[in-house]
Design a protein around this ligand. Structure first.
Ligand code: BMA
Length: 320
């Protein structure tokens, strides 16, 4: 695809829901400062968002909201669904930015979230059947690590985790493998920041990997540091279906960035932070849920065939 038609497609791929923002602090059944960066999954025909909720002390916990159509009539849990356990040093300063995936073998949902430990942010894993009780499997890798999600199944007998450690001050996206969800190894860089691009300063996984016939669609956020702010935008890549440590394609342009007032102004200006994605088979569309300016939740919708056309029109990639 020629770059101009591809850029045109990228700019019109997602349409923001006209009822955005869909979740705000004012809608909450108990006093909070903000709600943002939700994990998203379909459960019993409903869309469930596991939201990061910042309380009035500035510490975060996770709370569920459910909707039949994924857009309107959200019902929010009366109290926090998953709180930080203060006796656990791993969770000392709160729980943030969950990503959710259905583990086919375990027949349970896996939630990878950032726990703010004594030593800095780490990725922790919890599993659940009902989003009411959660079994904590602990921290996965040393700090500083964020923006992580598992794939729904094993590859050659091993689970795969996408995550974002910070090494020598560099924030690239990595993939690691494990035989048991506890011991992780074969760490490798999957995608790197790109100098002078919109994703030049830091990158991190956005929502859970989305399975397409062509491979695993990866949405990731990229940060550009400017004199007035840090712009958080979202782009796309495609990984091999059977060997997801192989990157097949990577978009050059972003497909979502701060534009609307609710994305530009908030607790942290100019942030669109995608953390949940859902395929709506009924309408052949992809819904992406994101934190807007770090204090509310919004949703944007794309036609799945256009997403596939876009990613297959993106350049092929040699190495990270
Ligand atoms: C990142 C994370 C996100 C947040 C974003 C923008 O480092 O901490 O939770 O949405 O910054 O402030």
């Amino acid at each position: 695809m020629n770059p101009l038609s591809r850029q045109k497609l990228a700019a019109t791929l997602f349409e923001r829901f006209e009822g955005n923002p869909i979740l705000t602090a004012e809608m909450w059944p108990y006093p909070i400062n903000s709600v943002f960066n939700p994990g998203a999954i379909r459960v019993n025909g409903e869309v469930l968002l596991l939201n990061r909720v910042e309380d009035l002390r500035g510490s975060s916990h996770l709370t569920c909201a459910r909707s039949k159509d994924g857009l309107t009539n959200w019902v929010v849990d009366e109290s926090p669904s998953m709180r930080a356990d203060p006796s656990n040093k791993e969770e000392l300063y709160g729980l943030e930015d969950p990503r959710i995936v259905w583990l086919e073998e375990q027949r349970q949902f896996a939630i990878t979230y950032v726990s703010f430990s004594e030593g800095g942010p780490i990725v922790s894993l919890a599993i659940t059947r009902n989003f009411k009780t959660f079994a904590r499997l602990g921290g996965l890798l040393p700090p500083e690590d964020k923006d992580a999600c598992l794939f729904p199944r094993r590859f050659n007998g091993r689970f795969a985790l996408i995550h974002r450690p910070v090494v020598r001050g560099e924030a690239h996206i990595w993939l690691s493998l494990s035989p048991d969800l506890k011991h992780w190894g074969d760490h490798r860089v999957l995608l790197k920041t790109r100098i002078a691009f919109w994703d030049g300063a830091r990158i991190g996984l956005a929502c859970q990997p989305i399975e397409l016939p062509e491979g695993w669609l990866i949405l990731y956020h990229g940060v550009r540091v400017t004199t007035s702010s840090q712009l958080y935008r979202t782009g796309m890549a495609l990984l091999d279906k059977n060997e997801p440590w192989r990157v097949l394609r990577r978009g050059e342009e972003w497909i979502l960035g701060p534009k609307e007032p609710y994305e530009r102004i908030g607790d942290v200006n100019d942030v669109t932070f995608v953390s949940g994605g859902i395929i709506m088979e009924e309408t052949n569309s992809l819904y992406i849920y994101y934190g807007a300016a770090d204090d509310k939740v919004a949703v944007a919708v794309a036609d799945l065939d256009r997403v596939r056309e876009y990613i297959m029109g993106c350049p092929q990639v040699e190495g990270p």
